[in-house]
Write a protein that binds this ligand. Structure first.
Ligand code: BT5
Length: 328
């Protein structure tokens, strides 16, 4: 019901809608209308209420609530089940619980803020309130467990394509970072549950720094991290960005499920790779090996040439790659 009232207010931006008219149209009492209006106000909607005139929407909050996102989302199934939190420990943690409880493929968990946002290998992901997109997507593809890490590249290509749509040229640091001007603007955390031959689910967590200010990044983080606002000097609409991200993700993911191919995704990752041709350190669980990145294979593995001349493959999820010089 609340959504219907909001819809009516949004469709009449310059008009007062009377409580009586809304109550007739929606078949509920005026007291009920008033209650829903108060609940919208509590969510951050600025609504003018004038006696004998009614209600007028003045401003909508910059929130990624279901009411704000679903009407503009043009995906088939990604995000249609929409689990919204104002604050949570980690959207990935929540999504894993929901996936275990049987929530469908395409369910997303989103939060304005994470108190324990997670990176890979137990690292922390800084997720300040209302400044970014902190989202996790539940996926249940019918693929062998060993193929699951490849899905990370679908996320990377989707973020890259989304930023491109916003006129922002980013680079991809295989397998899970998106880079702007040599700093990290987005990280992806793919987690899964399954046995050798049976995948139960994948949760893909994507964190994008959108409107984070420079002075909000703590000392160490400001050396390696950036946001769209820091790079481009103006606020970016998180709602549009999220809808575009989910749509790009669904398109690439559908191709993968239907045709088993990652061709488009790999092409994007290759064309915009910040690593190909670079000398890097590959960190195998604490042990560092120097190598030069040669290419990305059709199946998503990184091909590297070690200092002794041998060529090897690196599976995503197995290593961290740090540039020898600076962050990338
Ligand atoms: C990642 O790990 O880059 C994966 C980040 C995934 C975050 C999303 S947000 C929604 C979902 N829910 C979660 O709980 N997580 C996912 P990794 O490659 O391990 O990088 C982590 C490192 O990035 C940290 O050790 C910091 O150095 C740096 N870092 C932390 N917060 C950052 C931020 N906001 N922006 C850029 N870099 C950050």
């Amino acid at each position: 019901m609340k959504e219907k009232i909001l819809k009516a207010l949004k469709e009449n931006p310059d008009k007062f809608l009377s409580g009586e008219m809304l109550s007739k149209e929606l078949g509920i009492t005026r007291a009920a209308i008033w209650k829903h209006i108060n609940s919208l106000k509590a969510e951050g909607y600025e609504i003018d209420s004038v006696s004998k005139k009614g209600y007028k929407l003045i401003d909508v909050p910059d929130l990624l609530t279901k009411d704000e996102i679903l009407p503009r989302l043009n995906t088939k199934y990604i995000g249609k089940t929409y689990v919204y939190h104002s604050k949570i420990d980690s959207t990935n943690k929540k999504a894993k619980e929901l996936a275990t409880d049987g929530f469908d493929e395409g369910t997303i968990v989103i939060s304005e803020e994470q108190s324990l946002g997670r990176g890979r290998l137990g690292r922390v992901w800084y997720s300040p309130r209302g400044k970014g997109i902190w989202v996790s997507i539940i996926l249940k593809p019918n693929i062998p467990t060993m193929m699951a890490p490849r899905i990370t590249l679908i996320g990377a290509a989707a973020v890259h394509s989304t930023l491109e749509e916003f006129g922002i040229k980013s680079e991809i640091k295989w397998p899970n970072d998106i880079i702007l001007n040599n700093k990290k603007v987005c990280g992806i955390l793919t987690e899964m549950s399954g046995e050798m031959d049976k995948l139960n689910y994948i949760v893909m967590g994507i964190g994008i720094n959108v409107n984070t200010e420079e002075n909000e990044l703590e000392n160490e983080l400001s050396k390696i991290a950036t946001s769209l606002k820091i790079e481009y000097g103006k606020e970016v609409c998180r709602k549009q960005l999220l809808c575009s991200l989910l749509k790009h993700f669904e398109d690439f993911y559908d191709d993968f499920k239907e045709y088993g191919t990652l061709e488009n995704v790999i092409n994007i990752c290759k064309k915009n790779s910040i690593l190909i041709g670079k000398e890097v350190k590959i960190i195998y669980y604490g042990k560092e090996v120097a190598a030069k990145v040669i290419d990305i294979e059709d199946d998503g593995e990184l091909i590297v040439k070690y200092d002794d001349g041998t060529v090897g493959k690196v599976l995503s999820g197995e290593v961290s790659v740090r540039g020898l010089y600076g962050y990338v």
